[in-house]
Write a protein that binds this ligand. Structure first.
Ligand code: PMP
Length: 360
């Protein structure tokens, strides 16, 4: 007889990571293509020599470095094993059975998973027809059971960004006892103009004076440390203290902490790389628009093709053509912006066999 586990797990979605195939270009997981800078690689090597010791469970060196770079007190910073673990911890501190967690949908795959793992009820709010958050509908979805709202800016996987004014007016509508997580995993890729507005929405500034607002960021994307798993939250000290209570002890390892500190010290060089990604994003989108695709504006390191029912067939044909992209149900396909030759390989597919599928 198998052991008895929670029967409700049978109904949970399982997080599906991007696939990879030997020899194919992987444009499926929003990773950066460059390895660590020499300064970061040597910090990693140095830290690796000390892995017989437990890490600092308070992540103090990293929190101090973040405090300096963000201009907020160390007591307002929590560090997690990737920002996904902070998403989970936020649900754990805010919601349990009978409570509701509101999030846009389609959005980051982990929101419904972490909500259900905590026994809370997911309240997905459909995006607008042009693939952006429907903030009015999200505000209207708040009930007296709502404990947490995720806002994903820019939205993964559609790429659409919110302006500071849009977020502010949303926050004004949400009762101040409801926690709001501004998930800014792709913050460093946002560029002014268009979708994002003339002044980029910076969650840390928007959260000023709003103790119910938490900002989530990560070292996995622009800082290129996806494999080491470090993310952080900027929040009211009371929220940081609560996160500490549900945190798995020593979840952020010695090497990850050292690499994140070294990456912050090299922020100028790492952030300069995001300019290349933003330029490639424009080039790829323009090429796709020219080919006849509908491509929403993106402020992430990816673009979105809303291909509906054709999404799965499109992604598997792309993989057959040597470029792994990611299909999301019957909604669309997300293509990570890679190096120019990788993007070119995708564009060759997209303007040939891919276009036939998209237009069929
Ligand atoms: N939030 C969003 C919107 C994401 O897309 C991701 C990664 N796919 C994360 C959070 C989590 O990133 P990590 O755990 O690597 O920090």
């Amino acid at each position: 007889m198998t052991a008895r586990i929670r029967p409700d797990l049978d109904n949970f979605p399982t997080y599906v990571p991007g696939k990879s195939f030997p020899g194919a270009f992987k444009l499926a997981s929003n990773e950066t293509t460059s390895g660590p800078l020499p300064s970061v690689a040597s910090a990693i090597a140095e830290a690796a020599a000390g892995v017989n010791r437990y890490p600092d469970n308070t992540n103090l060196a990293l929190r101090d470095a973040l405090s300096e770079s963000l201009g907020v007190g160390t007591d307002r910073i929590a560090v997690g094993c990737g920002s996904v673990s902070l998403c989970q911890e936020l649900v754990q501190i805010a919601a349990g059975p009978g409570d509701e967690v509101v999030f846009p949908w389609r959005s980051f795959e982990a929101y419904p998973v972490v909500t259900q793992v905590a026994g809370a009820t997911p309240v997905p709010v459909p995006l607008t027809p042009d693939h952006a958050h429907d903030l009015d509908a999200m505000a209207a979805a708040v009930t007296d059971r709502t404990r947490l709202i995720f806002v994903c800016n820019p939205n993964n996987p559609t790429g659409r960004a919110l302006t500071a004014a849009e977020i502010t007016s949303f926050l004004d509508k949400v009762p101040s006892h409801v926690l709001v997580a501004l998930d800014e995993a792709y913050f460093e890729y946002v560029r002014p103009g268009g979708d994002a507005g003339e002044t980029i929405a910076d969650g840390v500034a928007l959260a000023e004076g709003r103790p119910n607002v938490v900002v989530l960021r990560t070292f996995s994307k622009a800082y290129g440390l996806a494999g080491l798993r470090v993310g952080y939250a900027v929040a009211d000290p009371s929220i940081v203290a609560a996160l500490g209570k549900v945190h798995t002890p020593f979840a952020v390892n010695v090497v990850a902490q050292a690499a994140a500190v070294a990456s912050l010290a090299a922020a100028d060089e790492l952030l300069a790389r995001t300019d290349q990604v933003a330029a490639e994003r424009t080039r790829v989108r323009d090429a796709l628009l020219t080919a006849g695709y509908d491509v929403p504006e993106s402020n992430g390191n990816f673009v979105w093709l809303p291909l509906g029912e054709k999404s799965q067939g499109y992604a598997s044909a792309s993989a057959d053509a040597g470029v792994v992209v990611r299909a999301y149900g019957a909604d669309g396909v997300r293509i990570t912006i890679g190096d120019p030759h990788e993007n070119d390989a995708f564009l060759v597919f997209a303007s040939g066999a891919g276009l036939d599928i998209a237009k069929s």
